[in-house]
Structures are given as C-alpha cells and as structure tokens.
Design a protein around this ligand. Sequence first.
Ligand SMILES: Cc1ncc(C[n+]2csc(CCOP(=O)(O)OP(=O)(O)O)c2C)c(N)n1
Length: 669
Amino acid sequence: MDARERQTIRMIANAVRALSADAIELQQSGHPGMVLGAADVGAYLYCKVLRHNPRNPAWPGRDLFILSAGHGSMLQYALLHFSGYDLNMEDIRRFRQHHSRTPGHPELGETPGIELTTGPLGQGIAAGVGMAMARRFLAARFGSDLFDSKVWVLAGDGCMMEGISAEAGSLAGTLGLDNFVLLYDRNDVSLDGPISEVFREDVASRYRAYGFSVHEIDGYDYDQMEEAFSRAREESRAPTLIIIKTVIGLGAPEKEGTCAAHGGPLGPRDLRALKKHLGWPEEPAFHVPEEVYGYFRSLHPMQQHMEENWKARFAARVARDPGKAEAWECHSQRRLPGDFSDQIWALPVPLDQSTRKCSEAVLNKIAQLLPFVVSGSADLSSCDYTWLKFDRIVGRDDWHHQQIKFGVREFCMAAAAYGMQVHGMIQPVVGTFLTFSDYMRNALRMTAMMRQRVIFLFSHDSIQLGQDGPTHQPVEHLMALRLIPNFTVIRPGDENEVKAAYIAAFQVEAGPVALCMTRNPVKSTVSARTAERALRGVARGAYVLHGEPGRECDILLIATGTEIHPAVAAAGLLESEGLRVRVVSMPSWELFDRQDQAYRSSVLGGVARLRVSVEAGRTLGWQKYVGADGLAIGVDTWGASAPDNVLFDYFGLTAPKIADRIRTAIASR
Ligand SMILES: Cc1ncc(C[n+]2csc(CCOP(=O)(O)OP(=O)(O)O)c2C)c(N)n1
C-alpha cells in the first residue's frame, strides 16, 4: 500500500467516525465507542479485504461480513453508504428511526449489504460459523473454486465473554473451518467498565487451543492489518482469529478509553473536540469529503470484474457438468419435487411406535429426496433420531454428506442453523430434547425474527420419557415456544400426523418450525380410521378426530401429541355413559389460527357443555380455546423420576383419570 492510499484509508476511517458521531448525536441514540475505536479496521476491510459488489449484494461468490457486535451498527452503515450500496445520506440521518433503513442494530432485509440480524452478543459468531459450514457443504457439491470466499465476523469483548463464543470457536476449530475469520475488536472496555474486572483470560491461547490460527495486531497499523488479513485469506487448514487492539471512543477526549464512550451520544463538546482531533470541519454535520466516495467508486470496476470472473467460473463448471445447473437451481430455490407430499404420505412408517421413530423414517426419506437438507444434532442423534442412516457425517476434509455433529452445543447449533438458512441453498434440520430448547432460546427467537424456516426437531416432548426425571422433562416448553411470534409448533400424535407434520413444515414459507416428538412408543388407537383426516387436518393445525364437526356435543375435548390417544379412550368411557363427546386433535395452534373462521368453527364451534384440553405440559394458555370456565388438564408442576405409566396416572393423564376430571367438572355445573 503506498503512502497516498494509506492516507485515503485513514481519511475514510475518519469519515466513518465523524458521520457516525453526527448520526448518533442527531438522533441522541446509538453506540459511538466501538465505532470510533474500530473505524480503521472497518475502513481497511471494506477498502482492501472484502470481496463484494455493492451493486449486487446477493452475489453468491461474495465474502460475508457479520457485525456480531451489532450495537456498532453505524460503523457498518457508514461503510455500506460509502461503498455504494443503495443506502443514501437521508437513510444515515434517519438512524434508529421508525421505518428507516438504518435500524438500531443491523437487521436482515432492512438494509442492502446486511447479511444477518445481530445484537445479542456472541450469536453473530455462531451464525457466522453456520454460514461458513453452509459454504463448505456447497463447495463440496459445486466446487471449491465457486465457494472460496470467507466469512468475516467482527466481535467485541462482550461477544468473547459470551459462552456461545466458546461453543462456536470450539466447533469451528474442530471442523477446521478455514473460511471463517473472527476479528476481535479488543478495546478492553465493555458497557459497565474496564473488562479487567470480569475477563482476564488469555484469549489468544484459548483460540489456539480450539485450533485457530491466531494473530495479534494494532488496530491502527495498516501494515499489520495487511499481513494478518492476507494470512487469513490464504489460510487453508484452520479458522483464523485476529485480535485487534483498539481504544474505545478514540478521539473523543472526555470519554476515550472509558465505558462512557460505549453507548450514548458524545455531546456537543466532545463531538466538537473529536472533529478537531480528526481535522474535520465542525460544520456542516454529515460532511463527507468527495475523495471518500471517489475512492470507493474507483473500486467498482474491480468489484464488478470479481463477480464477472466468478460467473465465468460458474458457466465453465456448468458447461463441464450440465447436471450441476439443475442441482444449483434445486439448491437455490430449496425446491421440493412436485410429488413431495405424495411420496412422504406413501412412505411406510412403523406402527405403534414413538413419534420420534416415525420421524426418523420420514426425515431419512426427506433427506434422500432433498439434497439441500442437512440434519444435525447436539449429541443426541441416536435419541432424537435426526440420524441419517444412509449417510456419513461431515468432517474436516469431507463435506459431501448431509449430516453434522454439533457436539453438546445447543445454543451454537441453533444460531449456526439460522446462519445456514440465511445463507441459503441449505435447509437445516437440527435436533435435541425439547427441554433443552431453552438453552437455544434466544437463537430460536432470532430465527423467528428473521423469518427463517429452520426445522427444529425436539424429541422427548413431555414428562413421558423414561426415568430421567424432572431435569429432562419439559413442562413449560411447548407454551414457551408458542409465545415466540412467527414460530410454528407442531406436535403430532401418531404416524400419520408425523408424516403430515413434515409435509406441513416444508410448506411453511417464513419462520421456524418446531416438530415435537415423543420418546415412548404409543399404541395407536386412532390411526387407521383417521389417516386421511390427519393429512388434511394437520396442515390446518387441528381437526375433528372423533365425533362430528360442528355438531352440538356435551364435551369438546382438545388434545395434542400422543395425548390424543387417552383423550379418545376417555371419550369412549364418557360416551358409554350417554355423553356426546367430540375429540379434536390440535397439533399446531399456529397453523390452526391461520385458518378461516368457517374452518375454525367447524372444528371448535357448536354448543358444548364443557370444553377440555389435554396436553402433558403447562395449562396456562389453553383458556384461549377452552374458555375461562373450561377444564385444562396438564402438568403445572415439575415432573418426577418414574416409569411413564406411573407418571401419567399420577398427573391424571390416563383415560380413566381424564374421564374422572370431566365427570367432576360436569357435576359441579
Ligand atoms: C447477550 C447480550 N447481553 C447484553 C447485551 C447488552 N450490551 C450491548 S453492548 C454491551 C457491552 C459490550 O462490550 P464490548 O463488546 O466491549 O463493546 P464495546 O464496549 O467495545 O462497544 C452489552 C452488555 C447484548 N446486546 N447482548
């Protein structure tokens, strides 16, 4: 780099600083500290490192850049604006305002050039690892010359303190993800003060132990950056960590080096002092020298050329192997064959088995039908049955398969899964026990917020799971998942409902799906009679399993999962006493709530003396369907360690106990 270019990049870094400080000051909201500190790293990256094309942000051969420290969003907005993305000065001025394209933290779909929604610290690292994994899968399928790009993640001290950074680092090191580069903006200050009070570990040694190549550089020395970034680019065995020493709030004299710089506007005095320090005009605000735009414009032909070059490689690849064009289309659109539903529906699955066992058969078939599906588990594949029997597991040097082991790292698995789904061309299905869904919870809500259809397979979906006891028995989890907006929970109750649940899951267009499966075998009491009803009914969230739709009845009994079986048996007991009972299977609240009024009334409508829900989990919430005076049968305390037939009896979930509760409730009216 010659002296002139060095000077230009320094000016660009200063333009990032001034513009960000002005936007934060104008809106009296935002985080200037890391932007002032890391502006040189950001400028160097966007000027000298990233392979991208601002005129085509979605070009598949591009590098990906993720700001895990999402609170520093102005750093990225400024650089996207300068680079020539479709983000103008008015967008910058409207920082953090309603409906602006520059929200408080980067949000997928709001701003061109933003690859991922970030904000919860550390998750961007795991999501970046997921994206790097997606690229490995695609490199194996389509050629590493098409997927030789890198995933760059910029993280701060907070991200490195979060446990998920350990899960993600350890996984990336184990898998030898040499396309993953973690940039650690080390300014030694977080929101509450100097990190020496809370974080004294040797991060370099920690990441070396994970299997990373580690470099430590000064955040203002472009020669060191050149050396470290080129080595990261060339690295071909291991992921890279670059620890970049910076000063928070650099150039704002009252706040520099302290947590006062972290999360609020600088204030007029410090802003003036900053601009003086940068050699920037005090007025007008939002001043950007023409040379800044000029420099980035000068990069455009090279960026365009990079993309053209990639397209030529792609064309050559397809010319050599025409089948690849078809495979590319299939992956890009994550396309289902026209007869997908028929093929799944026709699949023989084991009868009178746990729903997880049926799920195994269906998932194995789906993975064979859909080459873009990858299945993984957090060390429970032989329990949640995400195991693909026909395939092997991907590893450091072999990504030709559809199966991943995440190790015991649920949170990382969930964030990596949404990273893969956001990346595109890959559809993850990831599993663990339902009770551990709350280890993953923030990643589940991020998946929902970004409207990504990750399929989460949660087995061991109630207290009925053997003798592991209350630590392993989900109680509040079904309701807790239903609370997440834009999240579809499906809890099938027999082999037909399992098939129908998968068909429905692959029809969900935007948003995650949890498929909840039982551990224990269930003697199916209903399947033969109700197969066709299940196919249509699961897709609509609920259907009449026993009795007639819309007809007046004494008792309307709604059940989910394998509780449909004791519910139907209880109906038989009550009917023998002259009561008219309708049983509704309701595997999915969310799918049901999307149906029109006529359908909903046909399932739940008609006069009933008593409405009852049966679900082996918290009852809070069922009042929505059974009414305030209805009867919600479930588990409102912790489970216990005992055989499941003992527990179901103890918690009142057997047919005779359900019938008893209903008789008592009717008698008291
Ligand atoms: C999971 C999570 N916990 C807490 C926060 C709130 N938070 C935002 S930034 C921050 C401090 C981060 O410190 P650092 O990474 O050093 O950023 P810097 O001070 O350099 O801007 C905290 C606690 C968050 N965004 N995510």
